[in-house]
Design a protein around this ligand. Sequence first.
Ligand code: LLP
Length: 427
Amino acid sequence: MTTLPQGSFLSRQDGQLLLEGCDLAGLARTHQTPLFVYSKAAMLQALAAYQRGFAGRSALVCYAMKANSTLAVLQVFAQAGCGFDIVSGGELDRALAAGATPSNIIFSGVGKTRAEMTKALQVGIGCFNVESQAELDVLNGVAVSLGLRAPVSIRVNPNVDAKTHPYISTGLKGNKFGIAHEDVLATYQHAAAQPGLAVKGIDCHIGSQITDTGPYLDAMDRVLDLVAAIEAAGIPLHHIDFGGGLGIDYQGDQPPAADGLWAQLLAKLDARGYGQRQLVIEPGRSLVGNAGVCLTEVLYLKPGEHKNFCIVDAAMNDLPRPAMYEAYHRIEPLQPRSGMAAQTYDVVGPVCESGDWLGRDRELAVAPGDLLAVMSAGAYCMSMASNYNTRGRAAEVLIDNGQARLIRHRESTADQLRLELPLNAKP
Ligand code: LLP
């Protein structure tokens, strides 16, 4: 049996897997599978590490809701005083529906539309993190036409290697994100001269699932060099937004703790006289990733000449990370079997693609009907789920103070068909 992910609130009692003390097999029986189950206590514990790190400072944690944007999850963070990092008009609507304070919302992303800018300006979000000069000019025009000034930060691409998967590394020159370090000052000067823009801060985000402290420290140095240059040019910056990206334990990974990382970053800020500056961060995965599991039932065992397959009822449409990034998620039986020899399986879903796998070469002692937990499934699983193969998206349950509550119904085929217009439909 492998170890349980750090910070997950998972435990075993008489072999049975529990989340925050709740019997997961019972939840699977009640709500069927695939089923996502999250622990609120795990989310709040992860948040507390950041809050400890920022004790005595002025800091706003803006939860990067792309990691998991289910309404009840957003409510957990809104009620804990978090702001939100959004990347679309849809995320803005969700954040507001969850009770977010508009001024605590920051809007990231390279492709904001005029309609999204308009809505965000009208509700009064805290800051736009702007990623190109072209976007800056469009935002200025939209704000002027509304008689408003858009609060902006410019996202800096510090050209730092976050040493993570290339698809989730964002702070290198070859990435589409941010404005190159050498162009940043001129872009600020341009922004400061626009009637529809109010410069608020500076922003940087170098990637995701970062497990090394080094890239963060390097990026902070580069950002602080820019802060000094921008302020020397007469443009004051109210806040420093240092993005998200902190990794979690998927497979024994050992990322720094949030408070330990920030102790080092704050020492840098202090040394350069910026220690009391307003700070903003945008963590996603590190707040929710290890707060959730995906429960799935073994449908069939299929022995093969080269491989044995364990076919389960969850698939790449529910949990796309292995298919997309060859990501590793621990997979464990909810109730381990004694007296059965383990075999090596590829754990695969029912979707008609060879890329539909959840785990490769896993040692499991299982039989059809057994329940498995795919771990570390709180971030970038449900929020990236699709309807591929006309599979309804899974149901979700939140354990709140030891009590399980359904927070999303399983999607039916009727839900999927609702927006479609068959050829015989009346126009
Ligand atoms: N801020 C910005 C501007 C971002 O682009 C992201 C993530 C975050 C914050 C939050 O990063 P986090 O703390 O969650 O690492 N789907 C991929 C991850 C994509 C991350 C995209 N940006 C995965 O499943 O690994």
